[in-house]
Structures are given as C-alpha cells and as structure tokens.
Design a protein around this ligand. Sequence first.
Ligand code: SF4
Ligand code: SF4
Length: 290
Amino acid sequence: MPDSRCGLCCAECGWKENCGCGGCIETNGKPFHGECPIAQCCQRKGLTHCGECDELPCKKLYAYSYLDPENGDNPPGARVKQCRRWAAESGKRVWKNVLLTDSGWGRSLEGGVYENILRKFHELLGKPAEEAKVLFIPTAATKEEAKIYAGKCFAELLIAGILPNHIYVYDIDGRMSAEQAMRFDVIYFTGGDTSFLLRRVKETGFDTMIKKMVYANKVYVGVSAGSLIATSHIGAGDQETAGLCLVNAYLSVHCDTEAQARTDLPLPHIPLRAGEALAVVWDGYEKIQG
Ligand code: SF4
Ligand code: SF4
C-alpha cells in the first residue's frame, strides 16, 4: 500500500515525528517542508505514485534517490525499487524483458553461439523470431573496431532467426516518435563508446522512449556499452552519468576469468565475461552463463 508518492517509506521516516509531517499523500503534496516537486508531478499526471510513471526514474526522482548525500536513499535507488514493487503489487507495469550481455550471443567473429543466452533471447521474445521487428542501434560504435563488432551483432540477430528486412538500423537522432518506436518488439544496443551513447540518448530525449519501451515489455538487448547504460550510473555518480536504472547494480564488461566482484560499493557489482549475460526483471536479475 503506497504511503508516499516517491517510494519513501513514511512509517520509517524521522521527519514524521520530528517535524510533524503529515505525509505527502495526505497533505496533497504539501508535507511539512512545503510543496514537493515529486508529489506535485505525480498528482499532475494523475498517478498514485511514481511507479505508475513510465519515466521512472525521471531526473528529479533520480536526484532524490541517488544523488542527495543527506536525504538520499541507502542503498541508492531504494525508492525507485519500492515504486516498482507498489506498481507490481497493484498489477501495473511489471517489466521483465531486459537482457544485458557482455558481448552478445555470438562466440567470436568466426562464429558459434552461446546457446543459453540465445535461448533466453527467444524466451523473452515470446513470438517466432521471423515475426519480430528489431530496432538496432549502433550509435555507440564510433570507432572502426566497434563498427566491426556492430556488424557481428547484426549477424547475431540473423542467426537468431530475425529477418534482415525486419531490422531497422537507427543512429539516434531524436527524430523517432514514440508511435514509431512502439512498433518494434526489440530494442538492441551494440557496444562501443558508453559515454557517447549515454549522452546521445539523453540529449535526444531517447532515454524516455527506451523506458517507455521497456515498460511496455519490449525486449531490451544490450551488448557491452548497451548493457552499461542500463545501470544506475556509468561513472562519477552525478546527473551526467546517470543511467537508465533498469538494474540497480554496477556492471563491468569484458572481465577476465580472475575478475572478482568489488565489495566496496554501495550496490552489488557484477563482472561480466564473454559468454555471460544478465536477465533483468523489475525486482532483480539472474546471471546466465552462455
Ligand atoms: S520526497 Fe516528496 S514525494 Fe517523497 S515522501 Fe517526501 S513529500 Fe512525498
Ligand atoms: S517518476 Fe514520473 S511521476 Fe514521478 S516525479 Fe518523475 S516524472 Fe513525475
């Protein structure tokens, strides 16, 4: 049962006693400190809480949840997670089709397939591959080597049974409408320059589109950089490096077999190696060994 708009747990909040806070739902978005922009935004949209919003988490909520050193969440993202839980409990917006891979399901440029990752892709697709339409985004592939690997990613889709004329190559330019994007079953990001990809996604407003697609249960496939932008942030932990927050964990890609998960970070750290992937759902993830 929601007791705030943003996912904060009012029952456990110190402000309730200390400041006589009436709670944001009860006070119509004006708790003890005045109007709250999150609560007001929710109400303007006619939502009970942010978990019903397909922008979750927007910039504002990200700042509250991840970036506020005094009143932010511990662990970071707890409010976002709670919002998703409320949405799931009320039968809304449970997404479950996100596949974050280290390097796709192809073994190498020479051929061969990581069967378990490919099987998971087919499972998430939930329809015959030859009927599926893929939005293929090689925007991160700015350098020659990355372009070669983007070609390999395209070939992997063909191996998966996607028809070539069902793959639309889109270098993010901000011109695709939500209506056009929603015609695709899959959104597939190749690897390359992670910072460039994230910047491009945000400056064109495509980040909102991606979230809408994920919330509509389109299949999100990330390869390398495409996987990293789905985490909560890719660098310093500020608004510029804020990721899509589809998984509340840190990922490292192309790790060697000796690589260990770091334990000094506020969120779990997952090193991915060639032939590994994460199948992510709204409240967690499962590691897949190819
Ligand atoms: S930050 Fe805003 S939305 Fe969240 S509990 Fe406080 S008043 Fe409510
Ligand atoms: S997540 Fe949605 S409803 Fe909540 S503050 Fe952001 S835009 Fe508004």
